[in-house]
Ligand binder design. Structure first.
Ligand SMILES: [Zn+2]
Length: 302
């Protein structure tokens, strides 16, 4: 029910309004409206499957099932990425659990989600990510449930302006709002790109999207097409701790989350920032990992 703008409504504090908006967002009315809108928009802008290009649906059932099969058994991929940091306690590369291999239906779905505005295929990716997060948490702590901060890798300034959303952060905050994160986990956007305002509220997001730069802005280009050395140089020093987390991370366990693992240089940069705040990085989780040259998905049994 929509509240009238009477004196009682005007007395509602910001918290109650947020609660009400959250209720509307979750309500059946909203979802029915969203379905009607999607149907209406599909008449104007016909859509097609991001994998097989079948009409009328962003991810058809057979392709959705392919993505599920590709992510049913997450695997460690730290041996594939030469630029990963060394785990502070083990002396070996930081463990990275990948929901799947970056190939086929999974690769196309990830690409459509992060680069082509297909946020509507995010649900299947979120499910895959949640599975990997549960496994990674269990591998790090067993049956214990200590506090674990889920730290999404921040998107680049240019990407944020172009897309209008931060893909990884959107996935993990969605999991959190639906109560699908492992016990003890909470999303903590503790690392930001230099020059991208934290975008934690509408005003900051507006300023970020309209191109207001922080004085310390450092430009980074897309990692695509760069070799491992180029990728390291491109992201080194490009991130910093978010203001509201500065000085508050010492001794806290963190799990880094990213979309695609290639050389590991981006995760290494997030790890550097977290360690500079004396946080304990227990590992990373990615949606998909790129196998090194010579290792094809077929040879890996996928
Ligand atoms: Zn399809």
């Amino acid at each position: 029910m929509v509240p009238r703008h009477d004196s009682k409504a005007l007395r509602m504090g910001a918290t109650r309004w947020e609660s009400w908006l959250d209720h509307v967002w979750r309500s059946r009315i909203w979802s029915v409206g969203a379905e009607w809108s999607a149907d209406f928009l599909s008449l104007i802008y016909p859509t097609s499957c991001v994998v097989c290009e079948a009409w009328d649906v962003s991810l058809c059932q057979p392709c959705g099932e392919q993505v599920c099969r590709a992510t049913i058994q997450p695997r460690h991929a730290e041996d594939w990425a030469e630029s990963l940091p060394v785990h502070s306690l083990r002396g070996s590369p930081l463990p990275v659990l990948a929901a799947g291999i970056y190939a086929g239906a999974l690769a196309r779905t990830v690409l459509a989600y992060k680069n082509h505005g297909h946020t509507d295929v995010g649900r299947v990716l979120a499910t895959a990510l949640a599975r990997s997060l549960h496994i990674a948490r269990h591998q790090a702590f067993g049956q214990d449930h200590p506090e674990l901060l889920i730290v999404p890798v921040p998107t680049r300034a240019g990407s944020l302006r172009r897309r209008g959303y931060d893909p990884v952060r959107m996935l993990v905050t969605g999991l959190q709002s639906r109560g699908e994160l492992p016990d003890g986990c909470s999303v903590s956007p503790a690392v930001v790109q230099l020059g991208v305002l934290t975008a934690g509220n509408p005003e900051e997001l507006r300023r970020a999207l309209t191109g207001v730069r922080a004085a310390a802005r450092r430009r980074t280009r897309s990692q695509k097409g760069l070799g491992s050395r180029g990728r390291r140089a491109n992201v080194a020093g490009s991130m910093t701790v978010a203001d509201r987390f500065a000085g508050r991370l010492e001794g806290r366990h963190c799990l880094v989350v990213d979309d695609v693992l290639t050389t590991g240089s981006t995760i290494a940069e997030v790890d550097r920032v977290l360690r500079s705040e004396r946080a304990v990085v227990v590992g990373a989780v990615v949606l998909a990992a790129t196998p090194p040259p010579g290792l094809t998905p077929c040879s890996l049994g996928k």
